[in-house]
Design a protein around this ligand. Structure first.
Ligand SMILES: Cc1cc2nc3c(=O)[nH]c(=O)nc-3n(C[C@H](O)[C@H](O)[C@H](O)COP(=O)(O)OP(=O)(O)OC[C@H]3O[C@@H](n4cnc5c(N)ncnc54)[C@H](O)[C@@H]3O)c2cc1C
Length: 398
């Protein structure tokens, strides 16, 4: 099937990741089945691989999308913070996080979109957009065939660093989804010792201002990888660096596949909507700058955007619409953006912590009994050596 239900929509959403799917679902619900809402993606959102380590906070996810165990790989009851020499501090909190099967999770939200009356096309590449009267014109490619669609509002949820919305004069100054763009890479591997209900975060100069991770998958496999700061100079291709890291630290491991992607890990104060064009998720640089988690953040950003777009569709005139557009940044700031700005300010400090300091702090913490290693206690226990390490990472599961 290549043709669309219509060539004119109220809202078109580009990108069926968590941000776009959530925005589409919310708009479907808010506008009713006749809302003429279309979501487009160049691939099916459940198509593997999905470039992600798939860890989320249980309660933050649950507050946005009720958890269904059918799309969960496992539960997390803690984090090991591991220093360069291998000292481990443990934060234990029963059922604090989940490891998702994002493919199945996306499928579940996409199904809900269809039920909410949203037209879903997961075979459609948005080639370019342009301003068209009061709305937007889209050139969309399906199976080599080009379609021209118009829409009153356009939501860009196309992920980090998207070029679709660049160079359009009426939206100049809008967030471009590339604030602190950092490289992340991971392998699906077996033979790496790990705890099935803990994630492990690894620190040290090896990660050049970022961190490494080992996240369990099915008891045998893990997702092992790292994110580096945007200024990192790894001196070799990331793929080689990851292979070298695994071979050095886990000589018994076998690597099944390696994937990588970029993460927009900074928070800007640039507007998130102008002239009926709205940005959501990674395209709006909504990732937590320190933990680099972006799934729940994208869901929340999609929801906030959908609520604003719904009001915008009903607004009486241009000035009311402009006010709503300006309010999107305020809404995001009130929800998470302000705390992301603070975290972003603290981030360069983490890059300066020396390997010895990480070792000292983790060694000290590892001596505390587990039940005493609450985030608060951990914080005070390391206060004298490097207080920032764990405190800054609490956002992962908080
Ligand atoms: C290596 C790595 C590990 C990560 N680990 C975690 C983690 O453990 N926990 C966590 O919370 N976050 C993690 N993240 C971040 C998380 O994956 C993102 O923040 C999240 O996916 C953002 O969702 P989104 O909907 O904004 O964008 P995306 O999920 O990137 O979705 C964008 C969609 O837009 C589509 N698209 C793009 N351009 C077009 C176009 N022109 N036409 C049609 N479709 C288009 C793409 O196909 C894609 O499906 C990780 C990221 C990386 C790179």
């Amino acid at each position: 099937m290549t043709s669309f239900r219509s060539n004119s929509y109220n809202v078109v959403i580009c990108g069926a990741g968590p941000a776009g799917l959530m925005a589409a679902y919310q708009l479907g619900k808010l506008t009713g089945c006749g809302g003429r809402i279309l979501i487009l993606d160049k691939k099916e959102p459940w198509k593997e691989p999905i470039f992600c380590a798939e860890a989320v906070s249980t309660h933050r996810l649950n507050s946005l999308w009720p958890i269904d165990e059918s799309w969960v790989r496992g539960s997390i009851s803690g984090i090991y913070f591991t220093s360069p020499k291998g000292y481990k501090a443990e934060f234990f909190s029963k059922d604090c996080g989940r490891l998702l099967d994002r493919s199945k999770f996306h499928h579940a939200i996409a199904d809900a979109c269809v039920e909410a009356g949203v037209e879903c096309r997961f075979d459609a590449l948005v080639k370019c957009i342009s301003r068209d009267g009061d709305g937007w014109n889209l050139k969309v490619q399906v199976d080599g065939e080009m379609f021209s669609l118009t829409t009153r509002a356009f939501i860009d949820a196309s992920g980090p660093g998207c070029r679709l919305t660049r160079g359009i004069s009426c939206i100049e100054g809008l967030e471009t989804g590339d604030t602190d763009l950092e490289p992340g890479i991971f392998a699906i591997a077996e033979g790496i010792p790990h705890d099935r209900d803990h994630i492990e975060l690894l620190y040290g100069s090896e990660f050049e201002g970022g961190y490494g991770w080992i996240f369990p998958r099915d008891g045998k496999e893990v997702n092992v990888g790292f994110v580096l700061s945007k200024d990192a100079k790894p001196g070799m291709p990331l793929r080689e660096k990851l292979k070298h890291f695994i071979a050095t630290h886990y000589p018994g491991a076998s690597v099944k596949a390696i994937y990588g992607g970029m993460i927009a890990c900074g928070q800007s104060k640039k507007p998130l909507a102008k002239c009926g064009l709205f940005k959501a998720g990674d395209a709006a640089s909504c990732v937590n700058p320190m933990s680099r988690s972006g799934i729940v953040e994208a869901l929340l950003s999609g929801k906030i955007t959908a609520e604003a777009v719904h009001e915008w569709l009903d607004a009486a005139d241009d000035s009311a619409r402009a006010r709503i557009e300006a309010s999107v940044l305020d809404r995001w700031m009130a929800a998470l953006g302000k705390s992301h700005l603070q975290i972003a300010k603290a981030k360069p400090g983490l890059a300066k912590i020396k390997d010895e300091q990480f070792d000292k702090a983790a060694k000290r913490l590892s001596r505390l009994p587990r039940e005493k290693q609450t985030l608060l206690r951990i914080f005070f226990a390391v206060l004298w050596s490097c207080p920032s390490v764990i405190w800054k990472m609490r956002s992962f599961l908080h």
